[in-house]
Ligand binder design. Structure first.
Ligand code: MN
Length: 242
């Protein structure tokens, strides 16, 4: 039978083991483990396909670094920013971004940047798929034709916004009330912070394309059209996805 002294010792040893594990995770915060080991509250979603699924348009190495390192870092940094703020950590990230003015000033920039990075990438992965590309159909196609003249005119304007974004950022097709618009955003700013619904977005940070395309952003954007998941974009258009 375990004495009280032994029990205390066992408890202490267990606590020390846990503390060591926690410190280990903290020390590795720059290269966090997959979502299963996340310290939360925000977690890195799995990529919905293999790293090489978008080859040859987007290379596997870029996808792996982009998801496992860049997106993971946004999640880890967002978790750090809200660590002492349960009123923030209990909300979905899109709710925080939709109402940035309600986020305490001391962490507002962090939530905007890291939370924006987390949210934008979470939807970005789903906007692409293996054997994607082509053109949308149905109501979305009609609405794009009405807003931009034709699919090709849309593609041209979207490409112009993506290529023309100075420095790091995104180009988006958004639903703004009943209108469709093309808007760029700098850094990790998300259209949802401006009351718009992002339907499709392309990441034009160099980390999204530099290994394969170096400075040739136009080539990356042109290739990226071949991996668009129009089914998911249509779901977003119909309001089925946040
Ligand atoms: Mn990115």
């Amino acid at each position: 039978m375990m004495t009280r002294r032994q029990a205390l010792k066992t408890t202490l040893m267990t606590s020390l083991a846990c503390a060591t594990a926690a410190e280990f995770r903290f020390a590795n915060a720059q290269t966090p483990a997959p979502s299963t080991a996340a310290s939360g509250p925000f977690t890195l979603p799995s990529l919905p396909y293999a790293f090489d699924a978008l080859e040859p348009h987007i290379d596997a190495r870029t996808m792996q670094i982009h998801h496992d390192k860049h997106h993971a870092a946004y999640v880890a940094n967002l978790n750090k920013a809200v660590a002492d703020l349960p009123e923030l950590s209990s909300k979905p990230v899109d709710d925080l971004l939709k109402n940035l003015s309600a986020v305490p000033e001391k962490v507002r920039t962090a939530v905007r940047n890291q939370g924006g990075g987390h949210y934008n990438h979470s939807i970005f992965w789903q906007m692409m798929k293996k054997n994607g590309g082509g053109e949308p159909s149905g109501e979305l196609a009609k609405t794009i034709d009405k807003a931009f003249g034709s699919f090709n005119a849309f593609k041209e304007q979207f490409t112009k916004a993506a290529v023309g974004q100075f420095g790091s950022g995104w180009a988006w097709l958004v639903r703004d009330g009943s209108d469709l618009k093309i808007v760029p955003s700098p850094n990790q700013d998300s259209p949802i912070s401006e009351g718009k619904v992002p339907l499709l977005g392309v990441d034009v940070w160099e980390h999204a394309y530099y290994l394969k395309y170096q400075n040739r952003r136009p080539d990356y954007v042109a290739a990226w059209f071949n991996v668009i998941n129009w089914g998911y974009v249509t779901e977003r258009f119909q309001g089925a996805s946040k």
